[in-house]
Design a protein around this ligand. Structure first.
Ligand code: G3H
Ligand code: 13P
Ligand code: ZN
Length: 332
């Protein structure tokens, strides 16, 4: 049994309270390797931002859970060494079973997501409640994120009544019965680099895809029903066109890429949305730089020579998000 306070980590409780009152969102960045965690910590220390380090079950399979936990512990020490202590949360992203959440809670995570959003409503309630009871009974209180509504995939018609947007009428019942500490909602974001089909978008004068706007009306309705309650947005990468162009220039093929515009995320961050999940943008930044190095210096075979520039670009990206999109800079 490893308790997160021993690792120097914090849960999300105080961070979310401050974020809601301050009109900003805490960045939740996924990590799988050393370069990502270095870039996240460097960017968050330099911008004085709190941070949520997210681990998916895919990341656990790829990198090993003990290694990831110790990377999070090192992240806290690294921030200290860089000269500024920032609050660091270690969070399980998209936990899908009680057993996975329990294992994370018992091995140093300060926060977990139980994603029962694909289950029938009553099953989602029962599973989320079970995880909350376990997480909240620990010596160090572990915070739990639940989810209501299914994020739109490229196949969904986001403008139809058959969408999987969060239904505001379910929210109060869900929160009261589960006692979750925060709630991920579906208002039109989605995972990955192709968040909408071209048919769901319009095009600007340069032929660039413009996605349909997020459903701020649903968010506002939810905020009225549970005022001051922490809301989470998944699938919030903006899929910067510059990265897509670099990747395609150097041999990649990423057709129909489209993300969530930054202004909409900025607007969301000013509301009760206090955690914004970003993974795909980091993947694009790394891939763009690695492809560039490979194309420009075909004889390069030292991984530090391509992972180094990828890490630099990641750091720039995260600093930009903290300063100009989420508003978390200066809040640590
Ligand atoms: O929401 C999913 C995250 O982007 C993690 O992705 O399951 O490929 O690690 P992954
Ligand atoms: P993106 O794919 O938009 O980066 O979303 C990441 C996410 O929601 C992780 O849970
Ligand atoms: Zn997600």
């Amino acid at each position: 049994m490893v308790s997160y306070s021993e690792l120097g980590l914090v849960n999300t409780r105080e961070l979310f309270k401050k974020a809601i009152n301050g009109g900003y969102a805490i960045p939740a960045y996924n990590f799988n390797n050393m370069e990502q965690i270095q870039a996240i910590i460097q960017a968050c220390v330099e911008t004085k931002s709190p941070v949520i380090l997210q681990v998916s079950s895919g990341a656990r399979k790829y990198a090993n859970k003990t290694i990831l936990r110790n990377m999070a512990k090192s992240a806290v020490e690294y921030a200290h060494e860089l000269g500024y202590d920032i609050p660091v949360v270690l969070h399980l992203d998209h936990g899908d079973t009680f057993e996975l959440c329990k294992d994370c809670i018992e091995t140093g995570f300060s926060s977990v997501m139980i994603d029962g959003s694909h289950l029938p409503y009553e099953e989602n309630v029962a599973l989320t409640k079970k995880v909350c009871e376990f997480a909240h009974s620990q010596k160090d209180y572990v915070t739990v994120e639940g989810e209501l509504g299914v994020l739109a995939g490229v196949e969904d018609d986001v403008s139809s009544e058959h969408s999987h947007y969060t239904q505001p009428e379910e929210v109060v019942d869900f929160m009261t019965r589960t006692k979750a500490d925060s709630l991920a909602i579906s208002i039109g974001t989605s995972h990955g680099r192709t968040k909408f089909t071209p048919e769901q978008c319009t095009r600007d004068a340069n032929g660039i895809l413009i996605p349909p706007p997020l459903r701020f009306d649903i968010l506002e309705e939810i905020e009225k029903l549970i005022p001051g309650f922490p809301i989470v947005l998944h699938g919030s990468s903006s899929v910067p066109i510059e990265y897509v162009e670099i990747i395609e220039k150097y041999g990649g093929k990423l057709s129909d890429s489209v993300g969530i515009p930054e202004e909409q995320l900025r607007r969301a961050a000013k509301s009760a949305v206090c955690k914004i999940n970003i993974d795909s943008d980091g993947r694009l930044a790394m891939t763009a730089m690695i492809r560039k190095v490979f194309a420009e210096t075909p004889d390069e075979f030292d991984p530090r020579k391509y992972l180094g520039p990828a890490r630099e670009e990641l750091k720039k990206l995260y600093m930009h998000k903290n300063q100009n999109v989420l508003g978390s800079a200066g809040q640590a």
